[in-house]
Design a protein around this ligand. Structure first.
Ligand SMILES: [Zn+2]
Length: 401
């Protein structure tokens, strides 16, 4: 009995849902918007269509007219129109995204878009298609113009304030990006720095780990030679190890024969076999280490010198994002104080930096020390004085020597 009742109600619901869908499709084909009227229109129950809202329609039209000029960002249009008293449903204040939604809605020039399909509406349009298209162009140009010209906030989340330790935040003002202390914890006297100034300082700073390419290629050649010699030596060892595996295999075979012929007891066989397998395993492990070691030992060092030899070029021609990524990878503890940056290099980069940026006097004491940075006309290295100009805190100097 129940199942019949459920079956009937399901049939009723399915039928109803199909009827509603059919009704919506029919309305759309007739050019009538089937849902709630968008802002600026009202649902007319008698005519079963939407009609311009006398109070709001002129303001919605104004939104398009203002934005189409291209002189106002969307947030400003919002402030102006909200100021004129345009409100959303249930008298809610309209947000910027509400305005974006309005500006993208085809219904205002008479077109109905429903689930990907387009229908020609019969309701009175508030604006022309030309105005609508113009608004889309403005929106596109505004979103595009931010990408290539501005390069917004390259150093977001990277620096801390050298005075109070708070995060350095970014701000865009009058066409420029600025960085400043967020001053969240304690009063702080630090002022704004231009992002472009920080970029220049970083370019100078990384020259402190820029290795002359001539010298780098000499050392890389030396390391490659060492690597191949070591690989050869390694391969000799590896060959010996490999060779010592063969007798073990024959020994295992012979052992099995002895066991089969009854010359060994089961216990003797098991014991001897475990011994031989253990020996084989130990040799295989040594072989693995031997093969891996030579590769692992030299490769990172060679990669490091190769990278260091390109830093000079990076400092001169690299994109700000590339320079940022390099310093983030090689350094830590980035600080900004009195418009000057400071940080410490990590690991082998610190050793290289310490060596290249020693005070001049120390270098001369040791006549045997090679001149790591040989100056070239096309790409001269930075003078210590030039580099020091950007080195603000004694921390980096002390860690650097
Ligand atoms: Zn601060």
């Amino acid at each position: 009995m129940l199942s019949i009742a459920f079956g009937q109600s399901k049939y009723y619901v399915d039928n109803l849902s199909e009827n509603i869908k059919r009704g919506i499709r029919q309305k759309l084909r007739n050019g009538v918007w089937p849902g709630w009227a968008p802002l600026g229109y009202l649902n007319d129950k008698n005519l079963r269509t939407i009609l311009p809202d006398p109070a709001k329609a002129p303001l919605v039209k104004k939104v398009f007219d203002l934005y189409a000029t291209g002189n106002y960002p969307i947030a400003q249009v919002r402030n102006m129109i909200n100021g004129l008293g345009l409100m959303g449903k249930k008298n809610k204040t309209l947000t910027t995204s509400n305005y974006q939604h309005i500006l993208k809605n085809h219904i205002y020039y008479g077109i109905l878009k429903y689930k990907g399909d387009t229908y020609e509406g019969t309701h009175p349009p508030l604006i022309s298609k030309k105005t609508y298209d113009r608004c889309q162009e403005v929106m596109l140009s505004k979103s595009k113009s931010q990408t290539p010209g501005l390069k917004p906030f390259v150093y977001r989340g990277m620096f801390r304030c050298g005075e109070c330790g708070c995060c350095i935040t970014m701000e865009f003002k009058k066409g420029r990006s600025y960085m400043h202390c967020s001053k969240r914890k304690v009063p702080c006297s630090q002022r704004f720095s231009r992002e472009t100034d920080i970029e220049l300082q970083l370019r100078e700073e990384i020259k402190g780990v820029a290795l002359c390419s001539t010298w780098a290629s000499e050392i890389i050649a030396y390391l490659e030679k060492e690597k191949s010699e070591s690989a050869q030596a390694g391969s000799i060892v590896a060959k010996e190890l490999q060779d010592s595996l063969e007798p073990l295999a024959s020994k295992l075979d012979a052992l099995l024969d002895l066991a089969l012929n009854g010359r060994l007891t089961q216990d003797e066989y098991t014991l001897k076999k475990a011994e031989l397998i253990g020996e084989k395993k130990a040799i295989q492990e040594k072989l693995e280490v031997c093969r891996k070691k030579d590769y692992d030992r030299f490769t990172p060092v060679i990669d490091f010198f190769a990278e260091a030899s390109h830093v000079g070029e990076l400092a001169e021609k690299g994109k700000p994002e590339e320079i940022r990524d390099f310093v983030k990878k090689t350094g830590s503890n980035f600080r900004l104080r009195d418009k000057k940056i400071a940080f410490e290099y990590k690991n082998h980069w610190r050793i290289l930096h310490n060596f290249l940026c020693r005070p001049a006097g120390k270098k001369e004491k040791n006549a045997e020390t090679p001149n790591w940075w040989r100056r070239r006309e096309s790409h001269p290295g930075p003078s210590t004085a030039r580099r020091n100009r950007y080195r603000l805190s004694p921390v980096i100097v002390s860690s650097g020597t």
